[in-house]
Design a protein around this ligand. Structure first.
Ligand SMILES: NC(=O)C1=CN([C@@H]2O[C@H](COP(=O)(O)OP(=O)(O)OC[C@H]3O[C@@H](n4cnc5c(N)ncnc54)[C@H](O)[C@@H]3O)[C@@H](O)[C@H]2O)C=CC1
Ligand SMILES: O=C(O)C(=O)Cc1ccc(O)cc1
Length: 302
């Protein structure tokens, strides 16, 4: 028995289109409806037959749904929730996939009083955007974190968990604020660092742009992948998760200052001890099978 029969996806970019493809693959009897605010995306979604029905307004996309998933940038979650409010069936569950959770949860609760809202975050993605970037296996073996508000219906949480497990994800439940703190250090700060270092390299006067491209060794290349991530999405994440990001940035600044001091004073032991510890962390990630360097990662568009 499937947890939902009629799923509506608002926002048909990387994550929305990946959910659509995964639902088609794993739950082929589910009736899928989609909407995107960009007419070109709606046109493309029709062209590639992404879902069963594309609605021209957010409200029209949810009239029949028993699960509505908002897959838009976090800054657009509140306005989209307001737009679906008049048409939302009373028994529908509303969820989202935003990369930050506390602010989104507050925006959804304000826009949809009385609705069953279970926010979620599939911790899986790539630097690409748009309906052609998605793929059905994106969530396989990846975590999806649910952040139900206090007093949320356990049955609704269980149904949403079953949905994500059905798409191949592993599900964890967490408080929204804790989620935002954890993701600030594991995802948001790394993106900020990547944006910074690629910006710094391109601003240098004594090193030319073509030298940066020509001699970019492994480390810098990896940063450029992350720094190619969607500007709208990440602008919204940093604005929405301001407190947690600033807290982690403060810690990071202190730690990098300590390394600066170690380099200045030739304190090799401090550098060696840190690099040994970080190598062990990388190896344990690989041992747990959570490495994105899987041969087909981001390439398979099934
Ligand atoms: N990119 C990634 O790796 C991951 C992203 N997320 C979250 O998923 C959400 C979507 O991100 P992506 O799919 O990567 O972005 P995307 O840019 O590929 O797709 C977003 C879609 O939302 C549409 N949209 C924007 N504002 C809208 C509005 N007001 N009404 C209707 N449609 C609107 C855009 O036209 C676009 O097609 C974001 O909240 C992001 O934080 C979560 C996990 C991973
Ligand atoms: O492409 C990468 O390396 C990512 O880190 C993808 C990603 C981006 C945002 C999320 O909230 C979750 C995963």
């Amino acid at each position: 028995m499937l947890p939902f029969a009629r799923v509506s996806i608002i926002g048909l970019g990387l994550i929305g289109s990946s959910i659509a493809r995964a639902v088609r693959q794993h739950m082929p009897t589910v009736q899928l409806t989609g909407h995107d605010g960009d007419p070109a995306v709606r046109h493309r979604a029709r062209e590639i037959d992404l879902v069963d029905d594309i609605a021209d307004t957010p409200g029209a996309a949810v009239t029949d749904a028993d699960l509505v998933i908002l897959c838009v940038p976090v800054g657009a979650m509140g306005p989209v929730a307001e737009a679906i409010a008049p048409e939302l069936p009373a028994d529908a569950i509303v969820s989202d996939v935003g990369s930050s959770k506390a602010g989104v949860a507050a925006a959804l609760a304000a826009a949809l009083p009385g609705a069953t809202i279970i926010p979620a975050h599939p911790v899986a993605g790539t630097e690409n955007s748009g309906p052609d970037a998605g793929f059905a296996s994106l969530f396989h073996g990846r975590w999806c974190i649910l952040t139900p508000p206090e007093g949320a219906s356990e049955a609704a949480v269980a149904r949403l968990a079953a949905f994500w497990e059905g798409l191949g994800a592993k599900v964890e439940t967490m408080d929204a604020r804790h989620h935002d703190l954890v993701l600030a250090v594991t995802s948001h700060l790394p993106h900020l660092i990547a944006y910074t270092i690629v910006g710094t390299a391109s601003d240098l006067e004594e090193v030319t742009q073509s030298e940066v491209i020509k001699y970019s060794a492994g480390g810098f290349r990896d940063f450029t992948r992350i720094a190619a991530s969607d500007p709208t999405m990440w602008r919204d994440v940093f604005i929405a998760n301001k407190d947690a990001v600033l807290e982690m940035l403060q810690r990071f600044s202190e730690d990098i200052t300590a390394l600066q001091r170690a380099i200045r004073w030739g304190d090799g032991d401090t550098l060696f001890e840190l690099f040994t510890r970080t190598r062990a962390i990388r190896r344990s990630i690989i041992e747990q099978g959570q490495d994105d360097a899987r041969p087909d990662f981001g390439r398979s568009h099934d």
